[in-house]
Design a protein around this ligand. Structure first.
Ligand SMILES: [Zn+2]
Length: 301
């Protein structure tokens, strides 16, 4: 169970009379942590936040407590792609493939679509959290002329189960993400097509995105959606959490060829390792690397 440092969460809501379900995510805290960790530019921060908010929606149906969901997306735009990991305990981490988007994105801004472009390849893998054993995998490729915006891509992933539409709201103040939220609207089997269509209209005309940014409370949503019976389920906490550790880095380096270890020692300074998922930089003392390599060599004899 996550003890959140922020209000980041995922909540489900349901309108029984119409068979419409909603999933809401707020990942502002995680977005702040990852934007800072990866040095994402001010212009790109809200776009990256939208990816995280959409990915967080997937937790509800796609993973169990003992699982990790890994979503890798190649997009045609300037970001190039993302990897996002989310585990069943509510820990979220991830990165744009280009770890320094400030070098590829015009800091003055530009069209948000520039970051995503058109056409995408999506791979979603459910793994066992303990040992990484793959439980299931789905891949999806969108046409080159289709928007690769996260709202579009994640709507398609969710729609593989039931009809779904997603809208997001994400802003940033001097490069620091604020109010990074997403809402999925879903029609459960037997749910009203007419009401689902009406609410998709509120996604398309921007009404719901505006409501997400200003007041996403249940009362306000009942009004704007005109669904008086809307009620919400339990709130699940979401927090930043990465699995990188000194132990894992040492285990990986211990298996390197001896010449490379000798090269590390010749350099005469601690070795740096930057985690590609969270941006944390680990400084590993040479002594520990040598000791781990010796131990690995001895156990192989
Ligand atoms: Zn990490």
């Amino acid at each position: 169970m996550v003890m959140p440092r922020t209000n980041d969460s995922v909540v489900e809501a349901f309108s029984p009379a119409n068979g419409i379900r909603f999933v809401y995510s707020d990942v502002t805290g995680v977005a702040r942590r990852l934007v800072a960790g990866h040095g994402v530019s001010a212009a790109a921060a809200p776009a990256f936040g939208r990816v995280l908010a959409c990915a967080a929606l997937m937790q509800v149906d796609f993973i169990d407590d003992d699982e990790t969901l890994v979503v890798s997306i190649d997009v045609g735009g300037r970001f190039g792609g993302f990897t996002i990991e989310f585990d069943g305990c509510g820990y979220l981490r991830g990165a744009p493939f280009e770890t320094r988007p400030d070098t590829i994105v015009n800091p003055a801004g530009g069209d948000a679509d520039d970051f995503f472009g058109f056409g995408a390849r999506v791979k979603a893998t459910r793994m066992k959290r303990e040992d990484g054993a793959i439980r299931s995998q789905m891949t999806m490729e969108t046409k080159p002329d289709r928007s690769a915006a996260p709202e579009t891509l994640f709507s398609e992933i969710l729609s593989s189960a039931i009809p779904s539409r997603i809208c997001t709201s994400a802003s940033a103040w001097i490069g620091v993400p604020e109010r990074v939220r997403a809402l999925a609207v879903q029609r459960v089997p037997g749910g009203s097509e007419q009401v689902f269509g009406r609410i998709c209209g509120l996604v398309d005309d921007g009404t719901l995105a505006e409501q997400l940014s200003s007041d996403p409370t249940l009362d306000a949503m009942r009004d704007v959606l005109d669904l008086p019976d809307l009620f919400s389920g339990p709130t699940r906490a979401v927090d930043f959490g990465c699995t990188c550790s000194e132990e894992k880095i040492l285990a990986a380096w211990a298996g390197l060829p001896p010449q490379e270890i000798i090269g590390f020692v010749r350099a005469g300074r601690p070795r740096l390792f930057r985690c590609h998922l969270c941006g944390r930089v680990w400084e590993i003392p040479l002594g520990k690397i040598v000791a781990a390599a010796k131990e690995a060599a001895e156990s192989n004899q």
